[in-house]
Design a protein. Sequence first.
Length: 251
Amino acid sequence: MKDRILTALPVYNEAAHVRQVLEHVLQHANDIVVVNDGSTDGTDAALAAFSEVIHVENHNGNRGYGAALKTAFDYAVHYGYDTLVTIDCDGQHQPRLIRDIAAQIDDPENPADMVSGSRYLKDLDSNSVAPEDRRRINMQITGCLNEQLGFDITDAFCGFKAYRVSSLLDLDITDIGYAMPLQLWVQAADLDWRISEYPIPLVYLDEDRSFGGSLDDADVRLAHYRGVLNAELSRRGMKQRFTAECGQGRG
């Protein structure tokens, strides 16, 4: 029996991108769920045009990026999918790679519980340049994850991922914001998940995208990320800690 693959898009106020992104996704995916996280900019109307070919899960109000991903996880589990692919709706990810990244989950030589897209695994000709503060924070947090949790990854924050749905049952996601993927990395280490990376192009279309409030300050954001990591380590009884020096100068 062929694996059932679900592609999920968390969406919040993406009226400028969602039509074009969905048109491309529909060329490369059969089952699609969009998690509309309380959009107020006309995203609802854009999604309505695709009502016959996608499913939409609506949040009453903006709960957060992590909450939208959690809804996608729960949907994949509830409806018995084998593989879940998550792709952001801001135009940074290329839908043509959906089937490729999904296939890596059951790679005969290197099966995985999670395949994480990486914009830094290969220097592709089409790569753009990441905003300096985002690359710096990504590299430092990625270095910390490698040092403290034994990973060998190059991109801690890429939203383009594939998951083995049966493995999602073991997660206990409580962070509903942008830092949710960091909580997931800690749990993946604790659960001994098999993890691999898949190279994807580095594309930035909106360098001024807001993280919300004080998190737009890079130093505040970095401190918040460390706090989330350390809180999850403590919650799971793990001894590692992420200090201000952790990951300095490493990728």
